[in-house]
Write a protein that binds this ligand. Structure first.
Ligand code: C5P
Length: 239
């Protein structure tokens, strides 16, 4: 497999062509951004931990029947994935109150929800990724109501599976963001990444924050926390 031309460069990843039209090469960067790109930094080895952690989650989910884009790791910070057309929606699942929901609804941070809350955000930097509902999705022609339901049910399944996995390692899955894509045959595939950049992870025993909030809130030791997630998930055993 050879790395071809750069197809796309995002805030945290570069995507390259490969010899095959149906596969792309993803490189995870050390660049960190928050608050719609207003806050920026480079965090040594972040790309490596996110690449490795995301690979563990996607592999685990695929084995349990969640169709996704992941094929295999290529190096410590690169992976091969199926080429999909990304649906411009972020699907967020929340098990506890944190982040923007605390501000929006005036909740107490950490409050446990009786059932998960699912939200959709429109991926549009110029608009600041607004929260939208199913009528807005239909209005903007982003996905059919059936696709929206499929994404919601898949997101809830992912929540259940990842919660089970993480609990075994004393990590609480507070909330996370998923993205979906469609392959050439029209199949919906879970895509993008699942990592400490896109999830909130709290140490189940101490409540210690082990995710991107360490960067957002200037808590320090960002790289150490990401590495700790990787170690708890089995670290070198996965290489
Ligand atoms: O910021 P907020 O509380 O809405 O984030 C909810 C979850 O979605 C968090 O785990 C956050 O890391 C993730 N998220 C993301 N990318 C965004 C917005 C939120 O990964 N653009």
């Amino acid at each position: 497999m050879n790395r071809g031309n750069l197809l796309y460069e995002g805030k945290a990843k570069r995507v390259y062509q490969t010899d095959r039209e149906d596969q792309v090469w993803v490189e995870y960067k050390d660049d960190a951004t928050a608050f719609n790109g207003e806050k920026k930094a480079v965090i040594d080895r972040k790309g490596e931990w996110n690449n490795r952690i995301s690979a563990v989650f996607f592999h685990y989910l695929k084995e349990r029947g969640v169709a996704n884009h992941f094929i295999r790791l290529l190096s410590s910070r690169e992976q091969l994935v199926k080429h999909v057309s990304i649906i411009p929606l972020e699907v967020v699942v929340r098990n506890r109150a944190a982040g923007t929901l605390v501000k929006r609804l005036g909740l107490e941070a950490g409050q446990v929800f009786p059932q998960p809350v699912v939200e959709f955000y429109y991926k549009d930097d110029a608009l600041g990724d607004p929260l939208i509902n199913e009528d807005h999705i239909r209005l903007l022609n982003l996905a059919t109501p059936e696709r929206v339901e499929e994404m919601k049910q898949t997101a809830l399944t992912v929540n259940q599976l990842l919660t089970e996995l993480l609990e075994q390692h004393q990590i609480t899955l507070v909330d996370f963001k998923l993205e979906f894509g469609v392959d050439a045959s029209g199949q919906l595939l879970l895509a993008d990444e699942i990592s400490p950049d896109t999830c909130r992870f709290w140490d189940s025993r101490t409540g210690k924050v082990m995710d991107k909030d360490r960067f957002r809130r200037d808590l320090g030791d960002v790289e150490e926390a990401y590495q700790e997630i990787w170690n708890r998930l089995g670290g070198e055993a996965h290489v």
